[in-house]
Design a protein around this ligand. Structure first.
Ligand code: PBG
Length: 337
């Protein structure tokens, strides 16, 4: 007698012969509306400055960023995430609080160009401080470090500036303790109780941010970010604790970052909170290493990018912030993988 559930009764290849069947039984889908496009904005008009370590991405002045926002809408993407490169930097990152600063200018330009496109703003101080850390500094135990509680106050103010300029969603990325609660309180007090917070809840001190720091001119001038971002060697459960706290403080959506080396974290967060919208940031290094290998002819960019993004979705992310967002829309329109 033939054992049930075994060859030759069972032939898994039956579902793989025909392209039409393969398409039918595809289980993990990529859709343009799940993709968020990061944009780097700098002051000026008609400015388009290439970012050498991120081929295909540029620092743009608000007018040209607005064109990208329009394109984002045309392609049916989920929205844009704005990063600002200010004219001036100082120890506190004061420029980040100006109502006519680079991010408010970019938000207004985006909303003039395509009001229906979702505008998310990255909320942090590392682009605005002259030392490149994510908030003002203080001395703690004989070491220079970011002043957590002073940063909270400033984050609240920056969030309100973004909301007043028309941001649809605020995404704090500084990994300060209590940041979500502080931002929620500040937004609510200013009449923005309806603005959701997408927290960079589990963000690791990662080498994969290298190209971004060139793009955003935000590399720390001394030390690193290990006193506030998570240790890559911490257990997956450490990320769950971060997420749990941010949810308790009022985060509406949560993010795991980077994505590719942290698929286990994405998986666990999805399992534990199936009801919470989960984003993953397919970060600059994940993008640039594929670009670099593709330029040498070592990898095929489209195939690899779609495979990576599919893996991130399979792990459980609903939303992906990716530098490939526009390409994904084009690739999916050509022929779904
Ligand atoms: C910090 C921030 C960083 C990224 C997004 N927000 C860099 C950092 O923590 O140094 C990295 C994104 C990427 O690498 O694509 N505001």
């Amino acid at each position: 007698m033939q054992a049930e559930g075994m060859f030759p009764t069972v032939r898994l290849r039956r579902l793989r012969y025909l392209p039409a069947v393969r398409r039918l039984v595809r289980q993990v889908h990529l859709q343009p509306e799940q993709m968020i496009l990061p944009l780097f904005v700098r002051p000026g008009r008609g400015v388009k400055k290439e970012i050498p370590s991120m081929p295909g991405h540029c620092q743009l002045s608000p007018d040209l960023a607005a064109d990208e926002v329009r394109e984002t809408g045309r392609l049916g993407l989920g929205g844009v995430m704005l990063f600002g490169i200010p004219e001036q930097k100082d120890p506190e990152g004061r420029e980040a609080l100006r109502p006519d600063g680079i991010i408010p200018q970019a938000i207004r330009a985006a909303k003039d160009a395509a009001p229906e496109v979702l505008v998310i703003t990255d909320l942090c101080f590392c682009e605005y401080t002259d030392h490149g850390h994510c908030g003002p500094l203080c001395q703690r135990g004989g070491r220079t470090d970011v002043d957590n509680d002073a940063t909270l106050e400033l984050l609240g103010q920056q969030a309100v500036v973004h909301a007043q300029a028309g941001a649809d969603m605020i995404a704090p990325s500084g990994m300060m303790d209590g940041m979500v609660g502080a931002i929620r309180k500040a937004l609510d007090a200013a009449g923005f109780a309806h603005i959701p917070i997408l927290s960079y809840a589990a963000k690791y001190a990662s080498g994969f941010y290298g190209p971004f720091r060139e793009a955003a001119e935000s590399a720390p001038h001394f030390g690193d970010r290990r006193s506030y971002q998570m240790a890559p060697a911490s257990r997956t459960e450490a990320a769950l604790r971060e997420i749990q706290l941010d949810l308790a403080e009022g985060a509406d959506l949560v993010m795991v970052k980077p994505a590719l080396a942290y698929l286990d974290v994405i998986r666990e967060v999805r399992r534990r909170w199936p009801e919470v919208p989960l984003a993953a940031y397919n970060v600059s290094g994940e993008y640039s290493m594929v670009k670099a290998a593709a330029e040498r002819g070592w990898l095929e960019e489209k195939q690899i990018a779609l495979e990576i993004l599919t893996a991130i979705r399979r792990a459980g992310a609903d939303i992906i912030i990716t530098y490939w967002a526009k390409e994904v829309a084009h690739w999916l329109a050509e022929a779904p993988p």
